[in-house]
Each structure stands twice: as C-alpha cells, then as structure tokens.
Design a protein around this ligand. Structure first.
Ligand code: FMN
Length: 391
C-alpha cells in the first residue's frame, strides 16, 4: 500500500479520486442526469434524518451480521452493480476481492469490464445484474452463463429511461480505446500520471468493452454497441419480469423500485427482494431520494420480501437510518468507486471499514445490540419528509 493511502471518510476518498482520475473518468462516476436534482436529493435527504440516542444501558456487543438473498453477510451492506470501466485496471475483480475479504456480497453489472467468471471466482457471493437487453433467448444465455460461473443471485434493473444530457456537461467516452482515442485523451491522462502508470504497468489500456454481453463464440461488444442493442429492445412487461424470475429460479432482486404499487407487483411476481432506488440519480431527474420513498414501500411489502435501498449511502449512520426506516440492507455505488479509484482493493476495504465503524457507533449510541433491533423510534424524521409514491 502506498504511504498514507488510508483515508478516514468516504468524502476524503472522493477527493483523492478526483485528484487521481482523468476528468472524464471522474465525471462519468459523478454522473447524475439533467439538473442533478435527484443525485443531490439522494445525499441531502440523509442529512434531514436525525437520531434519538440513549446515554446509559448501552450494549457492549453489537451484531452487524444479517442475511440477504440467502447469503449470510457480515454487515447489511452490499456492492451495488456499476459499469466501472476505466477507474482501475483490476476493476470489478478488485471490488469483489475487497467485498469477499470483508464478508459481503457483490453485485456485478452486465455492463462491467470484468467477466462474471473472474468476479465470481474472487467472491462466491456474487449476484449478476441484468438489464432487459436483447431477445429472450439471449437473456437466457447470459443468465445461464452467470449461473454456470457460480452467481448466487440475479438482480434485474429496470429503472432506466435513456435520459441524456447533464447541465454541467457529460464526459466524452470513446467508442473504444484505439490509437485515435488515446491521442485525443492523452492531455487528460498526462495530468494524471499515477492513474496512467497503474494502467501502464499492466500493459493494457482501459477496456471499454462489455465481456458479459458477448454472444457465444463472439467478441465482447463495446459499451456503446451494447447500449444500442438495449435501446432497440422492446420494453419489458410485468409478465416478462415474472418470466425471467422463473427462468432463474433462485434468489431474484428487482432494483429501481420507487413506488408502493410497483413494490406490490414485484412481490406478486415472486421477487425475493427489491431495492428502493433511483439509479443513483442517473435515471429520471426529479425522482425523490429513495430514503423518502422507503417507509411506505417497507410498510407495504416489508413482511413479504426483502427490502433494500441504494442511493446516497456515504457513511455507516446512513445505513442505520435506512434500516431504522424499514430496509433490511443497503447497497453502495459511488462510495466504493471512490475507494477503488483512491487505492484499489485496499481502498474499497477502507470504505467498507468506514461503513462498518459508522454502523457500529450508531448502534452503540442508539443502545441497540443488533442491526435487527432498529426501529423508526431510533430516528427523527421531519414533517413532510416521507413521499408516498404510488399509494
Ligand atoms: C457510474 C455508475 C454506473 C452505474 N452502472 C449501473 C449498472 O450497470 N447497473 C445497475 O443496476 N446500476 C448501475 N448504477 C447504479 C448503482 O448500482 C446504484 O444504484 C447507485 O450508484 C446508488 O447510488 P450511490 O452511488 O449514491 O450509492 C450505476 C451508478 C453509477 C454511479
């Protein structure tokens, strides 16, 4: 590990990521669509929720462990699937190793830069994430490949509406890293020698292909090639969701649910879990933060299926707030990407340790001995905070 590579908060990891990554790579992670209303609210909403701590009779021992989608995990945090691309040469494999080292499950995006085989070998608790891209036959092929590689769960993500354009400007992402693209991006790379050196040492350039979307016997499509196929695929119905769940047959999560009526449908088609999520503010701008939608969703389906939340988690206390308001666990996106950019696998472990420490101290302050004991009485929620969508 490099000297002084340890960081004490996710905010510090983000500062280091900003310094280390070329501007276009960093801004592809900041992302957020259009005005950025949703991406901002995802973070701000956690700041509006307070705690109601106790002072004596606190618990010396705190149990953070739980089970999600049949997988026992050491704390109620999972890696949310992201198309990592050019953050680090080891990409999703480094993230999977860090997650395994800390006893948590890994979500792998179908738009990831590393194969499901490599990732599942690094972390046997891997869930493969799919969008509704391509024909039913192709979807089954991809799913079966993930199963054969050892994936223990499937995440279906449906909250994507192809919105484009950001008021602060979208980063330019080349179709592939050929000589022409390298020349064009050279000025950015030169200002980030450490990042460049990391890739230089591997003898490879950032891989902008999607190996998990390769047709049998074919070559991996480029990110944009795969995106085009996605745009051309007819949109899924609830029957399609039920069909995919049946084909998979194992633990199945629907990610991106914000409304109570959709949560009930997800339960009715047999999902094991949902994640209350707005795709980290990258989907329809103006969608409220998931933590605002969570209480109504958890109230409606929380006894029937597992309810997760992702969006805006940056500290352990955010995890505890989500659990108090009805989540069984949370998933993190940018938090681990900042850690990965700042210090590779060790940086992701560092982020997970920060979250673990934060969950533990919030439990201590709240007088709880386990994450399963948290209730709404542990938090202070201002009037008008909760959004009952689709009730
Ligand atoms: C750069 C980036 C790429 C993402 N790619 C995917 C993806 O391929 N599949 C998916 O289901 N979600 C994807 N997401 C959404 C995340 O899984 C997660 O919902 C979101 O990042 C949570 O918000 P947070 O970043 O505030 O933790 C992506 C998010 C980011 C920031």
């Amino acid at each position: 590990m490099a000297k002084n590579a340890w960081f004490e908060t996710v905010a510090e990891a983000q500062r280091r990521a900003k310094k280390r990554l070329p501007k276009s790579v960093y801004s592809a992670l900041v992302a957020g669509s259009e005005r950025g209303l949703t991406v901002d609210d995802n973070l701000a909403a956690f700041g509006e929720v307070g705690f109601a701590p106790h002072v004596a009779g606190l618990s010396d021992k705190r149990d953070l462990s739980t089970t999600v989608m049949g997988q026992p995990i050491s704390m109620p945090v999972l890696i949310s699937p992201t198309g990592v691309q050019a953050v680090h040469p080891d990409g999703e494999v480094a993230v999977a190793r860090a997650a395994a080292a800390r006893g948590i499950a890994m979500g792998l995006s179908s738009f990831a830069s590393k194969s499901i085989e490599d990732v599942a070998a690094a972390n046997p608790q891997t869930f493969f994430q799919m969008y509704w891209v391509g024909s039913r036959e192709v979807l089954v092929q991809r799913m079966e490949r993930a199963r054969a590689a050892g994936a223990t769960g499937l995440i279906m993500t449906l909250d994507w509406s192809f919105s484009n354009g950001r008021d602060w400007g979208s980063p330019q992402i080349p179709e592939k890293m050929d000589l022409k693209a390298m020349w064009k991006f050279a000025p950015e790379g030169i200002t980030r020698p450490k990042w460049l050196w990391q890739f230089g040492k591997t003898g490879r350039v950032p891989d902008l292909t999607t190996p998990n979307l390769t047709a049998p016997g074919g070559v991996a499509p480029t990110f944009f090639g795969a995106y085009g196929e996605w745009m051309g695929t007819p949109l899924p119905t609830w029957d399609d969701v039920a069909w995919l769940r049946e084909q998979w047959g194992g633990p199945f999560m629907l990610k991106g649910v914000m409304r109570v009526d959709d949560a009930k449908r997800a339960r009715d088609v047999g999902c094991t879990a949902i994640s209350v999520s707005n795709h980290g503010g990258n989907n329809l701008d103006g969608t409220p933060a998931p933590i605002r939608a969570l209480p109504a969703v958890a109230e409606a389906v929380g006894d029937d299926i597992e309810v997760l939340l992702d969006g805006g988690i940056r500290r352990g206390s955010d995890v505890v707030k989500a659990l108090s308001l009805g989540a069984d666990a949370v998933m993190i996106g940018r938090a681990y990407l900042w850690g990965l950019a700042a210090n590779g696998q060790a940086g992701v472990e560092n982020v997970l340790d920060i979250l673990r420490g934060g969950i533990d101290s919030a439990l201590l302050g709240l007088g709880r001995a386990s994450v399963h004991e948290l209730t709404p009485s542990d938090v202070v929620v201002p009037d008008g905070f909760v959004r009952n969508l689709g009730v």
